[in-house]
Design a protein around this ligand. Sequence first.
Ligand code: NAI
Ligand code: MG
Length: 482
Amino acid sequence: MPLSGFAIPSASHLIAGEWTSAASTLTLTNPSDGTDITSIARGTAADVDAAVTAAKTALTGPWGQMTATERGRILSRLGQLILTRTEDLAQLEARDVGKPITQARADAVALARYMEFYGGAADKIMGETIPYLQGYTVYTLREPHGVTGHIIPWNYPMQIIGRSVGAALAMGNACVLKPAEEACLTALAFAALAQEAGLPAGALNVVTGLGAEAGAALSAHPGVNHLSFTGSVGVGTLIQTAAAQNVVPVTLELGGKSPQIVFDDADLDRALPFLVNAGIQNAGQTCSASSRILVQRGVYAKVRDRMAAAYTALTVGPALTDPSVGPLISARQKQIVAGFLDQGRDLSIAAQGKIVENAPSAGHYIAPTLFDNVPPNHPLAQQEIFGPVQVLIPFDTEEDAVAIANGTEFGLVAAVWTRDGARQMRLSKALHAGQVFINNYGAGGGVELPFGGTGKSGHGREKGFEALYGFSTLKTVATWHG
Ligand code: NAI
Ligand code: MG
């Protein structure tokens, strides 16, 4: 019983505070060994409709009446509760996603951090008064959108629930969450813990199921007032198209091809772990994975050789053995990544990691691969791979580096490794990305740091205070009093 410890009946949605079982089910499998974990509900358009109705109803009940301080208290309580259950959540996630257990534990702690952050922030978002014509007083009110739809992927369920549902609840929205069909367990566990923390019925509803069924029904539902999506560019386009039919705002986070740029004067000892980890964490199935390493010619051979040595030392195996790299989420994802490796057969490989000998044959393992001297326009240097694959690209000048870094359709994250302060400033402005890191990558996760993309990486910002503006709408009140 993988859900033991959490009060979740199998194959059920959470709608209006009740676990409702579904007529049709899907099977969750463990990517580490291909075994079945449990069955989940296969949500229909009718289930989504019931969830949206429940959310709407919650907005007219205690949830809608609650003060921001009270909402914050519930989220803070939920954060505390999650902190007491991080090991249970990590065990679920490691089995469901194939995420190495240390990384799954970090995600569980991050989920708690989101609740703490948004719990504390809930009553600190304020409107303003605006000087206006004689005889008027004008002020603004920050109000929830209403019902928010959250369609999330399988790669970081806990982190993405934390950043989107956490911020939406803090602002007083009522949520309908559709987790990915590949990995739903921590979404269901989170909802159970939210109930335990005192979140009123209907403030958070979870409908599991397929993207083309439950996901499509949620994105097209006329009762949804805001959509938040993380996933592929193709599905993001469908979501934005569906949202346009109902004229509702969308936040899209669609991944990237994020570069790290290493100049000759970089502190290589500091850079090295970031260069490798940002590519192989969660087996490279990370929207902000750094899949392109741009290295200035003077240190190119040194960086390549040191990264190659790190790759050779990587272990690849089942999530619960805590390898450096776990399996990919599915046979399909493995096939996608293997297809990219095949496209790289004309390139030379600097190094590959090793799959442990006793890795279960039904697990979706792939050897982490570092490609050497890759032309910037090669498909492997242009397209999101979503696997443990990085390409090394040499460059000569700062101008070249910026042109290569900005030379993809994406713009999520970028990093610059240099000791030159003026260059740090120039590049922070020149790079097309929602986040730029100087002499680090990812800044330790950064619950507090606004996150999101430009170009095909999407639009809108989650995380930090900024998300609270995205999950609310502004009303201007102008009173004439003479
Ligand atoms: P996906 O975009 O199909 O799935 C993400 C979510 O969207 C899931 O909850 C899914 O059920 C839902 N969905 C799928 N089709 C839908 C539809 N027609 N209407 C509404 N919702 C729908 O991503 P998938 O297929 O799992 O992965 C394919 C590729 O997408 C990956 O190889 C990777 O490149 C990219 N991806 C990027 C992610 C990121 O973090 N930015 C996360 C997951 C995938
Ligand atoms: Mg899909």
